[in-house]
Design a binder for this molecule. Structure first.
Ligand SMILES: Nc1nc2c(ncn2[C@@H]2O[C@H](COP(=O)(O)OP(=O)(O)O[C@H]3O[C@H](CO)[C@@H](O)[C@H](O)[C@@H]3O)[C@@H](O)[C@H]2O)c(=O)[nH]1
Ligand SMILES: [Mg+2]
Length: 276
């Protein structure tokens, strides 16, 4: 098992009722890291599952995996709920400087973990698993309504970032960039978008890795109508965060321009009229 000093890479997995997926996920991640051509050593990598008190046997599965020698641990939250806040908690607990977030349900292929981790560096502080890159595609079984929602959500985020897939739940961030973010919106599902804006990641610091988005292996999606409303709230907040100074500048500019025009058109009162 890796010691604390040598853990340079952390994989954070938010999980709610994912017991059926945990074993295949962990064994596939470490099998990929143990390949001879892996750019990242398995001994320097930890996996942290952030579970919201699922009570479905996930904790026992993780315990069993630990006994088998896998460097995985589980944080069971009992007072908080939600995907984004679980990811933030995982990043706060991570030992590694290179932190990757991925879903538990195998929609994000574990075989991409080594290259995603290796893509982070002091000059590429953010890595984004994108479903819209060259040569990749969504699984044909991914529902049409989810494709439409995803496309709409992506269009709404266009003014905020140049990243091709800011809705992706498969992404990584360097610790130093994560620590720059203030007032993260920990509600909802779109924590990558929040981090891209609030950690002030410049376009050239984003490494994009195309991947084919699969379908959930076991269990059900937790994305509900409430999550979509939360996304709209998050967008409103991010638009304000990013454009409020521009807006204030524009308003002041328009007020000044208005007074200058009024003075030019109607002129200032002449001395004669003031003396009368
Ligand atoms: N701890 C915790 N984990 C959660 C919660 N809700 C969801 N998760 C975990 O977050 C991961 C993604 O949840 P899904 O329910 O599978 O989401 P999805 O509909 O497949 O959405 C995924 O793809 C979207 C792109 O289409 C992404 O935008 C989204 O972030 C996510 O990655 C899974 O591992 C799930 O267990 C929660 O309340 N708490
Ligand atoms: Mg899923």
């Amino acid at each position: 098992m890796a010691s604390r000093q040598t853990t340079h890479y952390s994989v954070i997995v938010p999980a709610y009722r994912e017991n059926g997926n945990i074993r295949p996920l962990i064994t596939r991640i470490f099998a990929a890291l143990r390949r001879v051509d892996s750019p990242v050593p398995a001994e320097q990598t930890e996996v942290i599952i952030v579970d919201d008190n699922s009570r479905d046997g996930s904790a026992e599965t993780v315990q069993q995996l630990q006994q088998e020698g896998y460097n995985v641990r589980i944080i069971v939250r009992t007072t908080e709920r939600g995907l984004s806040s679980a990811v933030v908690r995982g990043f706060q607990e991570a030992q590694g400087d290179n932190m990757l977030c991925m879903d538990a349900d195998l929609q994000h292929p574990p075989e991409y973990v080594p290259s995603m981790l290796a893509a982070m560096s002091p000059s590429h502080t953010f890595v984004l698993g994108t479903r819209y890159g060259k040569g990749v595609e969504m699984d044909k079984d991914w529902p049409v309504h989810r494709r439409i929602i995803s496309a709409g959500a992506r269009v709404l985020a266009l003014p905020l970032t140049t990243a091709s897939d800011p809705m992706s739940g498969f992404f990584g961030i360097r610790k130093e960039a994560f620590l720059k973010a203030r007032n993260l919106n920990a509600g909802g599902f779109k924590i990558a978008l929040d981090l891209l804006i609030k950690s002030q990641i410049p376009p050239h610091a984003i490494a994009e890795v195309p991947f084919s988005f699969g379908v959930r292996a076991e269990g059900e999606s937790k994305l509900t109508g409430k999550v979509m409303i939360k996304y709209l709230e998050q967008l409103a907040e991010l638009y304000w965060y990013k454009f409020s100074s521009l807006l204030v500048f524009l308003v002041i500019f328009l007020i000044v321009a208005f007074f200058v025009l009024v003075r030019t058109w109607f002129g200032s009162p002449s001395l004669d009229s003031q003396q009368k």
